[in-house]
Design a protein around this ligand. Structure first.
Ligand code: NAP
Ligand code: MG
Length: 504
């Protein structure tokens, strides 16, 4: 017993040292605003710290942009649009997007380690993110020339319908997939011919800043601008700026509503990618080990910090006990620890605030009589005590109208409901304000299709989860959002239609 604290200290020191060395190697030197192709301090000279959630130590100090900086960035973006970018042909933009994809690939290892430091996600998952970010640019490079327009030649009337970029767009993103969300925003905006001002999340600004540095030689000055800072100080003025012609936002439904109001003041178009509380429906015919694997990935990937996470499980009575026992075993087998290690399945959450928020829901669930089949607290491990960890948690027996079920917890928490009557189950599955995604697990193709149609959500996986392929539109029903990303539709969110009616 006496040697245990020392062993824990040693392991903790290993983690600290690994993170210090990695930070020395990958944290970018330039962490100020990126405006007009230059790294520049905020007008007020202020900064804020971004933290490594594994160690709770500051990683870097980053410029704290405010309205004056947003104004500067919007001006720089318009100047770039008017003097250079609007003259780029589709082929020119295709080359730029392809070069961005290439530079991300070339620096994939460094970007993945930076993402793991700033966000806490396991390095294996950060690596997937970085390659997916490159794939975004490649996908939009591929479709950038599909801009044909239409004509109507009729009597003396010759009509042309063309698409034009908005000019300058404002983009605000959150912290769960920092580089990937930046790429979901930047790639279609640039492909459609716009310049952009991007505000990354305050918790995870580093990969967007490093990307800005990497693309500086590829993209003309002012085409991409990055204003780091806080939502109310930088996000708010960006989303209500009168010269921003399109707002694209990814984050919570509460802030999304505010952003929509901001944009309404100037009748500006918005795309919103908001929260979710997605159901996973398990039918009685499933192969239990396969179902357990899918359910585990659906909720615990990225520590549950996924908008599309499958966070409500509807499991048929006939297999419920087997599936739940399987889930408890799968949770027991999960490696919770330093996200820089390849073996780690579950890293810390992004911040101490997010841990507190999750634990408040768990406490409320406990008070309401929820039965915790696994987890429910911070892990009981001294090595993890400095990091923002929450145990993978499985709760049975909650009323479906409880806040912990209705609200998006955005953590590693799965709530379980057993069913035997399809209609009643589907009514509950749809009884939330959200409608982002859903999962169906069964080999019965008729049941699978019926459930996929009945779930009120924008994206349904049958016998998989989280697989988001460029080309297949992603976005929400109900309060999960407006608009679609990842697909050709997305280009249309970044351009406007002009009709030219010529009388011959
Ligand atoms: P959040 O609070 O809504 O923040 C998102 C971004 O908005 C951050 O950059 C934030 O700045 C900024 N912001 C905050 N207040 C603002 C304001 N008044 N005006 C303009 N911008 C403002 O998001 P979160 O709660 O951290 O993130 C979790 C949510 O994102 C979940 O609901 C999740 O489901 C959703 N999400 C959706 C998708 C999707 O594609 N549907 C994808 C990923 C995540 P700060 O950094 O200073 O807070
Ligand atoms: Mg951070």
């Amino acid at each position: 017993m006496a040697s245990q604290p020392d062993a824990a200290d040693d392991r903790q020191n290993d983690v600290l040292q690994r993170h210090r060395e990695t930070a020395d190697a990958v944290v970018p030197e330039r962490t100020s605003l990126y405006i007009g192709g230059e790294f520049t301090d905020a007008a007020g000279g202020e900064t804020f710290a971004t933290t490594d959630p594994t160690t709770n130590r500051a990683l870097a100090s980053v410029a704290r942009g405010r309205k004056a900086d947003v104004n500067r960035a919007v001006d720089a973006a318009w100047e770039a649009f008017e003097t250079e970018w609007s003259g780029y042909s589709a082929g020119d933009r295709q080359r730029v997007l392809t070069e961005i994809a290439d530079v991300i690939k070339t620096n994939a290892d460094e970007l993945a380690r930076l993402e793991t430091l700033d966000n806490g996600k396991p390095i294996t998952e950060a690596t997937v993110d970085v390659h997916s970010a490159a794939a975004q640019f490649r996908y939009f490079a591929g479709i950038v020339r599909e801009n044909g327009g239409e004509t109507m030649a009729e009597g003396s009337r010759y009509g042309q319908v063309i698409s034009e970029p908005y000019g300058v767009v404002g983009q605000v993103i959150l912290w769960n997939f920092p580089l990937l969300m930046a790429s979901w925003k930047l790639a279609p905006a640039l492909a459609a011919g716009n310049c952009t001002v991007l505000k990354p999340a305050e918790q995870t600004p580093l990969s967007a800043l490093r990307l800005a540095e990497l693309i500086d030689e590829i993209v003309p000055d002012g085409v991409v601008n990055v204003v780091t800072g806080f939502g109310e100080e930088a996000g708010d003025p960006l989303t209500r700026h009168p010269d921003i012609r399109k707002v694209a936002f990814t984050g919570s439904t509460a802030v999304g509503k505010q952003v929509m109001k901001n944009a309404a003041e100037t009748v500006t178009d918005v795309t919103l990618e908001l929260g979710g509380k997605s159901p996973v429906v398990v039918f009685p015919d499933v192969d239990v080990p396969n179902a357990v694997q899918l359910i585990t990935a659906a909720i615990f990937y990225n520590t549950g910090e996924c908008c599309e996470a499958g966070s409500r499980l509807f499991v048929h009575e006939d297999v419920a006990d087997d599936v739940l026992n399987g889930l408890v075993d799968a949770i027991d087998a999960m490696e919770i620890g330093d996200p820089l290690r390849e073996e780690t399945d579950l890293g810390p959450k992004v911040s101490a605030e997010q841990v507190d928020r999750t634990l408040e829901y768990l406490e409320a669930a406990q008070d309401a009589g929820g039965r915790f089949l696994a987890g429910g607290d911070r892990p009981d491990d001294d090595v993890l005590s400095e990091g923002c960890y929450v145990e993978p948690t499985l709760i049975d027996g909650l009323d479906h109208d409880h806040d912990a079920v209705q609200d998006e917890i955005f953590g590693p928490v799965l709530e379980v409901f057993r069913w035997d009557e399809y209609e009643a189950m589907m009514e509950l599955a749809n009884d939330v304000d959200y409608g982002l995604a859903g999962g169906v697990i069964t080999d019965d193709i008729t049941q699978a299709n019926r459930a996929a149609r009945d779930i009120e959500a924008g994206y349904i996986w049958i016998n998989s989860y989280h697989d988001l392929a460029p080309g297949l539109p992603f976005g929400g029903y109900k309060q999960s959002g407006i608009g679609r990303e990842l697909s050709a539709d997305t280009l249309d969110h970044y351009r406007q239609t002009k009709t030219i009616n010529l009388s011959l």
